[in-house]
Unconditional design. Sequence first.
Lengths: 105, 120
Amino acid sequence: DIQLTQSPSSLSASVGDRVTITCQASHDISDYLNWYHQKPGAAPKLLIYDASNLQTGVPSRFSGSGSGTDFTFTISSLQPEDIGTYFCQQYDNFSFGPGTKVDIK
Amino acid sequence: QVQLQESGPRLVKPSRTLSLTCTVSGASISSDGYYWSWIRHLPGKGLEWIGYISNTGSTFYNPSLRSRITLSLDSSKNQFSLSLRSVTAADTAMYYCASLKGDMAPFDYWGQGTLVTVSS
């Protein structure tokens, strides 16, 4: 099984800050990596698919990059509505990373 | 836009079967290329994919749950369902249904989720 790890597990940043989250796969997964955002009390929402493609309707401050085993998710300018937990996910048994909790400093 | 809504009992006794239904609107569950999935969020743990069923009824289950799961479609009601047998407290979770456009595709639409507790 392919395992996903994320870092950091949590972070606190100011509005307007650039935020970066990394996701590492235990084996090469090409670009088959998605990113989701889950606000408290809500279902996860797809932000980025296949490593770098922005889902329709998602603000352009969100971006993703990487391939193989190392991936990066970036919020270029953190907004108050961006708080919550971010998960990466891949297609080997559709497993998810453990999540990164983001809040406002 | 596809909308999904989970329904079913919120409390299930240990050793019984957990049964949930997902009602789909904005798309036909029989449409080519659509897959329909269940995912759960275990308390204090992460998200776990349970399985999916294609528009033709083909299924693919998480190996860790395969022996206890059945997914099914009801095209007449535009619904799909999950049965999880022999539940224990470890199956207490928020259960989500979701859609994906292909067997290797992201989960693009999600239901709001339903919390199921396993307890006597």
